[in-house]
Every structure is written in structure tokens, then in C-alpha cells.
Ligand binder design. Structure first.
Ligand SMILES: Cc1ncc(COP(=O)(O)O)c(C=O)c1O
Ligand SMILES: Nc1c(O)cccc1C(=O)C[C@H](N)C(=O)O
Length: 418
């Protein structure tokens, strides 16, 4: 590298580092970072596993020692364990634009995909028995595709993969259900929830949205858009912890018609009647199956306190500013042609991550992690950086791009990291 290039590079870096500092100083969400357990690492993997909210360890210890250790069985009633799936569902509801009573926290996202797809097909076929097609977005997270395939077989349907952007045009008289990922987990592309839902309904079909990558990252507005069913995980932007239970949304006016394919005793109208004949409970309760995972549920409940007083619209504004800024830093620092941004530039088509196509992405990410910048690698050639506005700073974005440029510069040097 010539001396002139080095000087020009330093000036550019200086400008962006100063801009990052100024933006952090004016960031109204900046104080939220102190509510998480973080270190000097630049953590850009909150779209896979959110960071630990600081209140969780003490709360979990209290649940284990006092509620379980001392109160034992009494806690099902006296500590509010039994109602936790609906209570915590109601805490998540405003974050995804749902009125109370429609969200239950239970099981994994995969299991909820099953409940939602079968439930939606049953409703669609009740309305029109000839509907035998399930459209699944072609670049779906794999679990949704696998489960849709099985759900389809069980309901006399077949699955047809269609790109998320073409779903609206592809829905027809045979379509029972469309299962769509709100954000493409690999590229970060945001699907058109409003238009696709409208198109599904125009065609007489039902729609199931997987909002794993948008819940807690941007306004989802499930009620406003008339979504039928939605599922989402709580361990990404909702910071519920590894394996935290997922949620299921069933629109209020469909609740009565939701015929769950997993009608466990917890979803019964009177579970402790221990009746031999099943009678579904009302509202969100219908989404339950068996005994809730109380330790994880209550850890999640504590995690959700970081959202007190937070406006999701403000989170979205910061997410877009962070991702715009990160892309600018990458373009300024990384030598031309070394990476290709595959996340759409248009705000209305972008989630809360930036994905870069890069040869030897696996080796590059390993080196980034070794240098304190944690993103993730998705095979074969994608570097993925998730931006969690509650704890990611503009300085983090600048440092991540700077370290990426260093790693890539060394990779082209004989004996360099990649
Ligand atoms: C879009 C999407 N759906 C589902 C899942 C996972 O589902 P589960 O929580 O059942 O592992 C993930 C991530 O793991 C995901 O990104
Ligand atoms: N759920 C995960 C897990 O149990 C282990 C490792 C990663 C995950 C993920 O969440 C992956 C994530 N859904 C993705 O978008 O790639």
C-alpha cells in the first residue's frame, strides 16, 4: 500500500469514526446498552442469539431458589406460572402490533409453524374444500419448509416453493395457505407483509408469517395488516435466551376456528377436569400444547423488561441508520470488489441485518471473531451482520467495517489470515 493511500484511508476512517461518535452522542436509545451484559466485543449476532439482559440472572436464580425451591407446586398458582404463556404473549403483542389475547408463548418456532400451517389449511379447506396447495417462500429458513411439507402431506396438500416477492402474483383458487418469512435469514431482504397478505386474502387463501427476524427489530403490525397467523422466536431481537420458547399469533376472529393439530391438555377449556373428551379453550390458550417450560419462559419475561418505554418505530429508525452507516463504512474501507452487499439498499426491503457475499466467507468470519467482531457465516459465501438497535452503537458498526477491511487486506497478502 502506498503512503498516499494510507493517508487517504486514515482521513476517511477518521471522518467515519467521528461521525459514529457524534451519532452515538445523539442516540436516544444509547442508554439501553447498559441494560445488557456486554463486553468490548462488537456483537453483531443478535439476529441469531440476542445478548443477555442484565436482570435475567437474578430473576432466574429467584425462580429456581424461591419459586421452585421453596414454594414448589404452589407456584403454579401463587407465582403465576400457569398463566405465563398468555401473560408473556400479551407482553410481546404490542411489539408485533397485536391487541391482547392473540399471542401465546409456547414450544419452538418449528412446532408453531406446524400448528399454524395445519390450522390455516383446515380453515381454508372449510371455506373451500378444493384448496390443496401450500405456497412456501423459496428461500425460507429450512425448518419452515420441512414442516410445511409434512403439514401438507397430512392435509392432502402439496407444497409449491415460490420466491417471497412473487407470492402475491402466484396465489390462486387452489391456494390454501402461503407461508412466508418476513425477512430472508440469509440476505436480510424484507418481504412485503402488507401486499402479500392482501393478495392472499383476495385469492381466498390464508397466510402464515414467520416473523423470527422482525419481532423486536421493526414494526410488524400484524393486526393492522389483517395477518391470519404468525410465528416467531424470542431468542433473537427479543433476547429471551438460548432455546427460549417461541410465540404463535392467531388473529382474534379466527381463534374460534383454530383447530390445533396438537390439542394437548394445556389447551383444553378446563385442563384440570382431566376430561376424556377434548374441548378447546378460548383465544390464545388454544395454541398451547403441554406443560410450559417455566424457567425459560420466566427468563424471557424478565428480558422483555428492556422494552419498557421503547417505541418500536424508534428502534426501526435506528436500525436503518445503523445498517446504512455500516454499508457506507464497508464501501469506504473495503477494497473494491472484495465483498458484495446482497441486502437491499431500499429501506422498505431491508430487515435489520447486512449480508455481504465474500469468497472464503468462513475463514474471514473466523478471523473477524478472533479480532472481537462477532457476526456469522452462512454457507457457502455469506457474511451476516445483525444490528440490534437496543445495544449496537454506530462505533460498533464503524469498528466492524474497519476490522473487516483489515482482515481482507491481510488475506490478499501472502501468509495473511485467509
Ligand atoms: C426464520 C426462522 N424460522 C425458524 C427458525 C428456527 O426455529 P426453531 O426456533 O424451532 O429452532 C429460525 C432460526 O433458527 C429462523 O431464522
Ligand atoms: N436457533 C439457532 C440455534 O439453536 C443455534 C444456532 C443458530 C440458531 C439460529 O437461530 C439461526 C438463525 N435462525 C439464522 O437465521 O441463521
Amino acid at each position: 500500500m502506498s503512503e498516499t493511500t494510507t493517508v487517504a484511508g486514515a482521513a476517511r476512517r477518521g471522518g467515519l469514526a467521528e461521525e459514529a461518535a457524534a451519532r452515538d452522542a445523539g442516540d436516544r436509545l444509547a442508554a439501553k446498552r447498559a441494560e445488557f451484559v456486554l463486553d468490548d466485543t462488537v456483537y453483531l449476532d443478535g439476529n441469531s442469539l440476542g445478548a443477555l439482559p442484565a436482570g435475567v440472572p437474578d430473576r432466574v436464580a429467584d425462580v429456581v431458589r424461591r419459586e421452585w425451591g421453596e414454594m414448589r407446586i404452589r407456584s403454579w398458582t401463587e407465582s403465576g406460572w400457569w398463566e405465563a404463556p398468555e401473560r408473556i404473549g400479551d407482553r410481546i403483542a404490542p411489539l408485533v402490533g397485536a391487541a391482547p389475547g392473540q399471542v401465546v408463548v409456547s414450544d419452538s418456532t418449528s412446532v408453531n409453524v406446524f400448528k399454524a400451517v395445519v390450522g390455516a389449511v383446515r380453515i381454508a379447506q372449510e371455506d373451500a374444500p378444493g384448496r390443496t396447495e401450500v405456497l412456501v417462500d423459496a428461500s425460507t429458513f429450512p425448518t419452515d419448509g420441512y414442516i410445511a411439507e409434512s403439514a401438507a402431506r397430512m392435509t392432502g396438500c402439496t407444497v409449491r416453493p415460490v420466491p417471497a416477492g412473487e407470492m402475491a402474483a402466484e396465489a390462486g383458487p387452489y391456494t390454501a395457505v402461503m407461508l412466508v418469512n418476513h425477512v430472508d435469514y440469509r440476505t436480510g431482504e424484507l418481504a412485503d407483509l402488507s401486499g402479500t397478505t392482501r393478495a392472499a386474502h383476495r385469492a381466498g387463501a390464508r397466510v402464515v408469517w414467520d416473523v423470527c427476524h422482525t419481532a423486536g427489530a421493526l414494526p410488524v403490525d400484524l393486526d393492522a395488516h389483517g395477518v391470519d397467523f404468525a410465528v416467531g422466536c424470542t431468542y433473537k431481537y427479543l433476547n429471551g435466551g438460548p432455546g427460549a420458547p417461541a410465540f404463535l399469533y392467531v388473529r382474534a376472529d379466527l381463534a374460534e376456528r383454530f383447530d390445533s393439530p396438537l390439542p394437548g391438555w394445556n389447551s383444553h377449556v378446563d385442563p384440570f377436569a382431566m376430561a376424556s373428551v377434548y374441548a378447546a379453550g378460548d383465544g390464545a390458550v388454544r395454541g398451547r400444547v403441554g406443560t410450559p417450560d417455566i424457567l425459560s419462559l420466566l427468563a424471557l419475561e424478565e428480558s422483555l423488561k428492556v422494552w419498557d418505554g421503547v417505541d418500536i418505530a424508534e428502534v426501526r429508525a435506528k436500525s436503518l441508520a445503523l445498517t446504512d452507516f455500516f454499508v457506507r463504512c464497508v464501501e469506504a474501507y473495503v477494497p473494491d470488489g472484495r465483498v458484495h452487499v446482497i441486502t437491499p439498499a431500499a429501506h422498505e426491503r431491508r430487515g435489520s441485518q447486512v449480508a455481504l457475499r465474500c469468497p472464503d466467507a468462513g475463514g474471514v468470519m473466523a478471523e473477524l471473531i478472533a479480532r472481537g467482531v462477532v457476526g456469522d457465516y452462512r454457507r457457502p459465501d455469506v457474511l451476516r451482520f445483525g444490528f440490534t438497535p437496543l445495544y449496537t452503537s454506530f462505533a460498533d458498526a464503524e469498528r466492524a467495517a474497519r476490522v473487516l477491511a483489515e482482515v481482507l487486506a491481510e488475506a490478499t497478502t501472502p501468509g495473511g489470515p485467509a
